[in-house]
Design a binder for this molecule. Sequence first.
Ligand code: GLA
Length: 378
Amino acid sequence: MSSQEAINGFKELFGYEPSGVWSAPGRANLIGEHTDYNNGFVFPFGIDRRTYVALSTRKDMNVRISSSFADGVVEFELGKRKPKNLDWALYPLGIAWVMRQHACCGFDAYIISDVPVGAGLSSSAAIECAVAVALNDVWEAGIEPQKLALIGQEAENDVVGAPTGIMDQTASLLAKKDSAVLLDCKSLETELVPLGLDSQGLVVAVIDTKVAHRHSDGGYRVRREACEIGAKKMGVESLRELSEEDLPAAQEKLDDVTFRRCKHVITENRRVIAAVDALKRRDLATLGELLLQSHASMRDDFEISVTELDVAVELAMEVGAVGARMTGGGFGGSAIAIIDESKMELLTEHCKAVFAKKGFAETNVFAVAPSDGARREA
Ligand code: GLA
């Protein structure tokens, strides 16, 4: 996928040259799941699968928007009303809506993407962030990347209607090659931590189980509510304020389900910090163990895994991964595994064979490289 493809698609559709091309990556989260909306810690990285938007301003306030992954052109007049019922077009139009105070003109846009949809790799944040950096440029809004991430989150919460946190957009905007982004979701402070996997012959493998998920549906929202109820009953603003020392008290005060939801978040925050520390010390054994503990916590306490994801993690470990866990919001999507590059073929074959035997959908297994965040391409 390239800028040129986006330019060609734009020209074919609209009959003139776009004024530029902007891109943003999907993300994989190494560790720190469902901690972002609890003011906790996350540790994602941008992947080498990107969304490109070729865009040009117009003289009126109209928007025409189209993509390689859906038929037709969506037309919309900016500023009059909030976009709704527009399916995938809500992601780009949601950004335009949230940025409307800067909207000095409409635009034509053509979007292409090789971030797999429904795989838990934030294809939606990649669209939002590519469009956000594009509009930030052409509308000369001068907004800093971290603020653009908040704009992306607002578009997703308020226009798309998914009650998601700030992780995906931050990763897509602030990611750097060969690094992951440690984000404190309370202060919004970030630290880029070099992964150094390459030099050890390691890669991050994605095992897309092809079990599709959507975060505007029930499960994600119910988990978020349970965390909020737990925090309230414990008398704190968010679960971030609690540590493992508070678990016995929480167990007394909360019903079993709410307790286990909170326990996941509280222990996961500790695991993120420990994982970053292990990575800095090049202690891969500890890092791998933390990934597995994170997965077990999501499977048993937060209950957002599915059988296919549990199997994917097991298969990765069987072929000798350092560690593995499901990534993203859960209820489907992908598992990630840190694994020796030379074992990728074995992993692919093993997943293929076992998933077929179990009657599951065929997996898509591929390596992802930590890549740069959103930027202007052309
Ligand atoms: C989705 C959301 C994120 C985050 C993860 C779970 O990807 O968009 O904000 O909550 O799920 O960690």
